[in-house]
Design a protein around this ligand. Structure first.
Ligand SMILES: [Zn+2]
Length: 336
């Protein structure tokens, strides 16, 4: 018997399931969704042959099954199926979108592979718990008047899911003008954009845990200084504020306008206080507000949470409490 082994882990290690009151067409009913990456490591040259995901309900019934082999599997791995010792293989952005009929409890991932030279079969299995997040803080929209377009919401289409630890449920909001567009003129100046310099509001009371104001605003469409970002990847979110609401719930705001921060670390803020203004700092294609909720102040370390906003309007309806899917248009009825 050889001691060739295959190991699995997911990122994040425990997976939150986000629930939606309604998704855009054609998903007009309540839905639930989760996303994760899988990391495969081995102590030998392994080649993955198939992966199976089984989603179990709270009653331990299998609710959904997905199997990927060959080229379908390669779509998650940039064309690779080999697991080299010390390097591993990552399967990225695996998402499930399911009706909200049954409560989910765990995910079982089973992977089959073989050792490259001897063809010895290898397999590994991992059970991961699926959790529903019970948000304790009442969170209002972080902007005041006008219609805002969730160009990225926290559903499965969101590109933030490429960073599955802190940002899987992040939002990018832009303000819409009277004609429904995001900017006037060419859009090549920050001032052309309706979101630019709009006040950013504390969505709930709390203590300011991070206030960073060191990065210049970019011109729309101009690539950021990637050298700077490589030195410190945290800077991708540009000028940032984190407000801790207690009980492991922290609001993270990114790409704020340089010089606009109205709070300092250690300040206590009330809901509705203007904390900064929308800018275009960090890795940002144009002025927008990045917002997400996470378990602590540290990006890439603390886990992102599927935030539900309270008391707002979404595409014509009043909503008591909901996550906002991508491409929804929302407004804050509390705004002036
Ligand atoms: Zn963002």
């Amino acid at each position: 018997m050889s001691d060739f082994r295959l190991n699995l882990q997911t990122s994040p290690a425990e997976i939150f399931v986000a629930r939606y009151w309604r998704l855009p067409y054609p998903h007009l009913t309540p839905a639930q969704e989760f996303v994760h990456d899988v990391g495969i490591t081995s102590n030998c040259n392994a080649v993955v042959s198939d992966c199976v995901w089984r989603v179990f309900t709270a009653d331990d019934d299998v609710y959904a099954v997905r199997q990927l082999i060959g080229q379908d599997l390669m779509t998650l791995t940039d064309g690779e199926l080999g697991v080299l010792p010390g390097l591993g293989l990552a399967l990225r952005r695996i998402y499930f979108l399911l009706p909200t009929v049954l409560e989910l409890k765990r995910l079982r991932i089973s992977i089959h592979a073989y050792e490259h030279d001897t063809r010895q079969p290898l397999s590994s299995q991992l059970d991961v718990s699926l959790k529903y997040f019970e948000q304790k803080t009442t969170i209002h929209l972080p902007f005041a008047e006008g219609a805002w377009y969730a160009i990225m919401g926290n559903d499965w289409t969101d590109l933030h899911k490429a960073e599955p630890v802190s940002q899987p449920f992040a939002y990018d909001f832009v303000k819409l003008g009277p004609d429904g567009s995001m900017f006037a003129g060419s859009g090549m100046r920050n001032e052309d954009h309706y979101a630019w310099d709009q006040p950013v509001l504390a969505p709930a009371p709390g203590k300011v845990l991070l206030a960073r104001d060191t990065l210049p605003d970019m011109q729309p469409g101009i690539p950021p200084d990637l050298h700077l970002m490589r030195q410190d990847p945290h800077l991708i979110t540009g000028n940032a504020v984190v407000i801790g609401h207690g009980q492991g719930e922290c609001s993270y705001f990114g790409h704020l306008r340089q010089g606009s921060l109205a709070v300092a670390e250690g300040d206590y803020v009330k809901r509705g206080k203007v904390i900064a203004r929308v800018g275009n700092s960090g890795v940002s294609q144009g002025p927008h507000l990045h917002y997400h909720l996470q378990t602590g102040p540290n990006l890439f370390v603390d886990q992102g949470l599927p935030v539900q906003f309270s008391h707002f309007g979404m595409t014509g309806d009043r909503v008591d409490c909901s996550a906002i899917p991508s491409r929804a248009i929302v407004f804050n009825p509390n705004g002036s």
